[in-house]
Design a protein around this ligand. Structure first.
Ligand code: PMP
Length: 518
């Protein structure tokens, strides 16, 4: 298997050299913006990477569950990706072509259309955008505004769509005029206090009633944008039934439905696209991250009758990244041919199962959730006085299933209010302890000490996020679980006690392995 190709000089300068690594980190802190993010919590200087393993300049190796924020479906430097990139270079194909037609782009588009939900692919147009996910979000918002002549937007609490103005406005972090913020079905912290699919149905009802209320204060919406599984918001899978309700609600009102699959796409959630789980066909799909095989690429795909832009209406220089298209086509084909979405579903379910077992008796692990290889553990302060009202998600019985469904609890009476024919099973979740970001940060550091890279997310940065590559082996899966569970207990020991008692069997910390688990 190929390894990262680094110039010999660069390697010689940093390889196995802790001093050099420290120097680079020091210079980064002096020269780069205070806005830097991952670099603060992960003081690593990566010099080599292969598959799931990243090697730092100090010689330490890490299992990478961050995967370039989900951009590396096949892990680092997968041979099919490297071969595809080399083929473009060896052919001396032009690398910068604006939006001209090329064989590389033609092949990428073939592969993309072959994987898209067939109901969309049959009548779709694609517009390549600037290279980031946020660019594709901007394009989608602009497109539906042009097509509908309306200006408002329906978006969800906890959403993350990017950092440029329009995408930021659609995200949950800041109030924005013209954006109507709707409740996302966040089971663990259900805004209606019931959780499960029952809570999700209440959120659908809220949406429906608000849209039809002439005094609801909704700016006439050009579209509804949603993530089928909220990623940065804390790994929150929407129930399939809720997604179908959003489809019905928007279709009935001629509001284009935009699925932001920037993070959930390319097999990540156990289906090629997360909307596939529900059978929902969106009007617009926003794609980036893994579609470029780890290189910058973004596209918006939409129903052809929305293709109202006149020539030049959405232009830009960098929308023809040939290396990214080649890497992306190779990635999409490899995921499809090797059934990696199914593999993500299987491995993800096993990980969720193991982590839920581990969470039993550890009340500070409030919730374990996810879909496919998009997994989150929400850490909480169980004794911090939250109105948890006896619902202890650490007990296991109330844990939701991998698809956000409730674990079989019965409806509590609100179901009757919603009328007959509802698709939800009902649930009784009534509250959750406050999030514990300090504990989550400590877990991230303990993971790093054990050679494991994890991300933090969620409303309060209290969710440990795992986004391993879809190629993760069984051995690597075990290593991730061992290191993570060890780190969770270690963090509790180091951050004080409160009510975070460990079960009596908790093993003491074993120093990190010298080798790696490729
Ligand atoms: N949408 C979603 C769902 C995302 O998760 C992200 C990035 N995390 C974006 C959009 C923005 O992508 P980018 O960072 O490439 O601009």
């Amino acid at each position: 298997m190929a390894v990262t190709q680094l110039p010999p000089m660069a390697l010689a300068a940093v390889s196995d050299d802790d001093g050099a690594a420290q120097g680079i980190l020091r210079r980064q802190a002096l020269r780069e913006s205070a806005a830097r993010t991952y670099a603060r919590a992960l003081p690593i200087v990566p010099v080599r990477a292969r598959g799931m393993t990243v090697e730092g300049a100090d010689g330490r190796r890490y299992l990478d569950c961050l995967s370039g924020a989900g951009a590396l479906a096949l892990g680092h430097n997968h041979p099919v990706v490297l071969d595809a990139i080399r083929a473009v270079l060896d052919a001396e194909a032009p690398l910068q072509v604006l939006d001209l037609a090329t064989p590389v782009k033609d092949a990428f588009t073939d592969e993309l259309f072959a994987t898209l939900p067939s109901g969309l692919a049959a009548r779709a147009r694609v517009r390549f955008c600037g290279p980031a996910g946020t660019d594709a979000v901007e394009a989608a918002l602009k497109l539906v505004r042009t097509a509908t002549g309306r200006d408002g937007l329906l978006a969800f609490s906890g959403a993350y769509h990017g950092m440029t103005a329009g995408a930021l406005a659609a995200s949950g972090g800041a109030p924005s005029s013209g954006v109507t913020r709707l409740p996302y079905p966040y089971d663990y912290r259900c805004p209606f206090g019931v959780g499960g699919e029952h809570g999700a149905e209440l959120s659908a009802r809220w949406t429906e009633k608000l849209l039809d209320d002439p005094k609801g204060g909704v700016t006439d919406p050009a579209g509804m944008i949603l993530e089928p599984v909220q990623g940065e918001g804390g790994v929150i899978p929407a129930p399939d039934g809720w997604l179908r309700r959003m489809r019905d609600i928007t279709a009935a009102r001629s509001i284009p439905l935009i699925a932001d699959e920037v993070q959930t796409g390319v097999g990540r959630t156990g289906a090629l696209w997360a909307v596939d789980h529900s059978g929902v066909v969106p009007d617009v799909m926003v794609l980036s991250k893994a579609i470029g095989g780890g290189l910058p690429l973004a596209a918006v795909v939409y129903r052809e009758d929305l293709d109202v832009w006149p020539p030049g209406a959405h232009a830009g220089t960098f929308r023809g990244n040939q290396l990214a298209m080649a890497a992306g086509a190779a990635t999409l084909a490899y995921v499809r041919e090797n059934n990696l979405a199914e593999r993500a579903a299987t491995v993800g379910a096993r990980m969720l199962d193991r982590l839920r077992q581990f969470a039993t008796g550890r009340a500070w692990i409030g919730d374990v959730r996810g879909r496919g290889l998009m997994i989150g553990l929400e850490l909480v302060a169980p004794d911090a006085g939250s109105g948890a009202s006896g619902v202890n998600p650490g007990e296991g019985a109330r844990r939701v299933g991998p698809h956000g469904e409730s674990a079989g609890a019965q409806g509590d009476g609100l179901g009757a209010e919603l009328g007959g024919g509802a698709w939800y099973a009902g649930a009784t979740r009534t509250g959750a302890p406050p999030a514990d970001p300090a504990l989550a940060a400590a877990v991230q550091q303990e993971c790093l000490r054990r050679g494991l890279i994890v991300e933090l997310g969620g409303r309060h940065s209290a969710v440990i996020r795992l986004l391993p590559p879809l190629t993760i082996t069984d051995e690597q899966t075990e290593a991730v679980l061992d290191r993570l569970t060890d780190a969770l207990d270690a963090a509790v020991r180091t951050t004080g006690t409160r009510s975070r008692e460990l079960p009596p069997t908790a093993a003491p910390f074993v120093p990190p392995l010298a080798g790696d688990h490729r």
